[in-house]
Design a protein around this ligand. Structure first.
Ligand SMILES: [Zn+2]
Length: 321
């Protein structure tokens, strides 16, 4: 096992095969992925029978040092890839990680909602224009046995997944949980999911578990910027957000999503679901400014696959009363 300067950990089997890259800590305040990555790096040497896995437990070390989403330069590494070799600290980290991503046959980027959102367990991918790559991404996403799978607009740049897209490398990202505290179930889910993917790729022994597709809320949304949590359910007011929902809950249009309270004025603005669906994310950073995302709802009412073409309902402003 080799450890590089930028703290990537390479686990090489004795047999040739695929190269899988597993990332955590693109955001410095998402801790379960980092622990899942560390545990993977410890367990893989005795499990890997073919190919190579590169694990990076903390991609943006500057952000981790600050216990924040962004590095000391205030840059979000998931918006600045492929970075710059001679740029600021996050730009350099983005450059290094983008160079690594281009060497992969498959990429998994593990996240949580950080300190802002609590997210329903999900695997996501970009709706890649190449049918073969899209098919591989769907298979990858399935291997994580998540209740939600979300394919979104392929155009956004700056992400590790954008670098993978441009290099025609199948890639998925994972989201689960967030907020303060540590959830062991997130670590377990990510760890088991990666091992299951590696089984499916014949890189570790055993048969992969394939969950039934008909039980998954599987949405492919072709609207522009459909994958951005930051643009969903903008708060109509500033104040203290009191949620009425939980990730994974089913909601009806008009149902109370939460309230924004202004204790200095005594004012309360109620926020309602803009359509029927499943709650994908709920804001847990309670102090909000007008326009901050309060959460996200996926417009599906039952499991199974659904395609949302451009122009169909998908994001929408929350209803206020
Ligand atoms: Zn993240």
């Amino acid at each position: 096992m080799k450890q590089h300067m930028d703290d990537r950990i390479e686990i090489c089997s004795d047999a040739p095969g695929l190269h899988v890259v597993i990332l955590a800590g693109v955001h410095g305040d998402e801790y379960e992925p980092m622990l899942a990555a560390s545990e993977l790096a410890q367990r893989l040497p005795e499990l890997l029978v073919a190919g190579k896995v590169t694990v990076v437990p903390v991609v943006n070390q500057s952000a981790y040092g600050l216990a924040g989403r962004c590095g000391a330069d205030q840059l979000d590494l998931a918006r600045i890839c492929p970075g710059k070799p001679d740029g600021s600290i996050s730009e350099k980290a983005a450059f290094r990680i983008s160079s690594l991503v281009r060497t992969a046959d498959y990429l998994v980027d593990m996240h949580t909602g950080g300190m802002v959102h609590d997210i329903c367990p999900m695997a996501g991918y970009l709706l890649h224009p190449d049918a073969g790559i899209l098919e591989k991404q769907k298979r990858m996403a399935l291997m994580f046995s998540m209740p939600v799978i979300w394919g979104t607009d392929p155009l956004p740049n700056g992400r590790t997944l954008s670098v993978a897209r441009d290099a025609n490398i199948p890639a998925v990202y994972l989201e689960y949980g967030g907020g303060s505290g540590l959830r062991k179930e997130v670590i377990t889910k990510y760890l088991e999911g990666v091992l299951n993917l590696l089984r499916d790729l014949k890189m570790i022994a055993g048969a992969a578990v394939v969950p039934p597709v008909e039980k998954i809320f599987w949405v492919e949304d072709f609207n522009n910027d459909s994958g951005s949590f930051q643009s969903k359910m903008p708060s109509p007011a500033g104040g203290i957000f009191v949620t009425a929902q939980q990730p994974g809950a089913m909601v009806k249009k008009g149902a109370l999503f939460g309230k924004v309270a202004g204790p200095e004025t005594g004012g309360v603005v109620e926020v309602a679901a803009p359509f029927d669906g499943i709650v994908l994310a709920v804001r847990v950073a309670v102090r909000v400014q007008p326009g901050d995302a309060l959460g996200a709802i996926l417009p599906v009412t039952e499991p199974g696959m659904r395609t949302i073409q451009k122009g169909m309902e998908h994001a929408g402003d929350p209803l206020t009363t």
